[in-house]
Design a protein around this ligand. Sequence first.
Ligand SMILES: Cc1cc2nc3c(=O)[nH]c(=O)nc-3n(C[C@H](O)[C@H](O)[C@H](O)COP(=O)(O)O)c2cc1C
Length: 372
Amino acid sequence: MKSSSLFSPYALGSFVLRNRIVLPPMTRNRADDRFVPTPRMAVYYKQRAEAGLMVSEGAAISPSGVAYPRVPGLWTDEQVEGWKPVTEAVHASGGVFFAQLWHVGRVSHSLTQPGGAQPVSASAVPVVDELIMTRDGRIPFETPRELTTDEVRRVVDDYAVAARNAIAAGFDGIELHGANGYLVDQFLNDNVNRRTDRYGGGVSERLRFLIEVIEALCAEVGAERVGVRLSPSGTWMQCADSDKLKLYGEVVRSLDKVGLSYLHLVEPTIAGSMTVEAAPDSIPSSHFRSIYSGTLIVSGDHTLESATQALADGRTDLVGFGRPFISNPDLPLRLATGAPLAESDRATYYTDGDEGYIDYPTLEELDVPKAQ
Ligand SMILES: Cc1cc2nc3c(=O)[nH]c(=O)nc-3n(C[C@H](O)[C@H](O)[C@H](O)COP(=O)(O)O)c2cc1C
């Protein structure tokens, strides 16, 4: 194969990335019951620090932003302290590390919410015919409560505090999770957002929440430290719009004016953490290249070949490799040398403990037999 620019450095604002390979955000549920990062998370991220850019798993911005057990948070001092050894480990290996800020909105349950409260969303529209993982196992979703107009502003403030905390914890920047059917997506898409206040109605009203969050994040940490993730063609967690081309066209044009660190797009063949057939009305990420002038990342089903081609065609600047990075901690080396890739085991994606998390061997470890 001809040489790939995947392995050449890239200037992301003031950060020099050693290659164009991105570790995209991946929830692994290895924090503790107080949503505090654990020492094994420092090992996990350090193992993958050869990526040019690393984005942390979704970190909840507030107790009501939590969907699942043992996800990390960014709202308490204890959580900030817990992240410090993780970011220090990555920096000691020369990595550049952004924290993904996450509010799940209706993708939660009163069993998980503080005080047994109803989950919140843009509107009182539930996820139907699906189950959510709770401490009592997988059970049906509940109807969420619509956030009041004042509460929406408070959530915006929570994002800003979490961004400040992320920088205090040693992250180089933050990525707003606007993808995969979580709270930002619930405001954007008209099948969930039925609001009649300033945050609902036409595209510019549904876009307002995202823009206010972005403004708050940029005011807090500077636009050059803020990235955004979107899944324009995603239908995961049942967020869908009657005119996604118009919606995401306006979203991306608005973001283009902000001077963000990057825009991170999930490819149309991805539903959450799985590969699916792209919907007939899906929008290829190349469409957004023509309307976004800043740094673009695409993630989803990429191989060395597809990533090399996307870079050569100018369709993207950086490429994320998610599932391959779970089972190949030294993925950049394997891609560069054409070494075989190990398959990841979905059964241990979200379990606790070291298994399937920090015990995937590197090539070097495979070559060197362990002492008896
Ligand atoms: C175990 C797992 C957890 C994930 N958690 C997140 C997450 O916290 N935030 C997010 O935006 N995407 C999440 N994703 C989606 C990935 O970032 C990525 O978009 C997806 O895996 C497709 O890329 P791939 O085909 O290279 O794996 C997750 C994916 C996996 C496999």
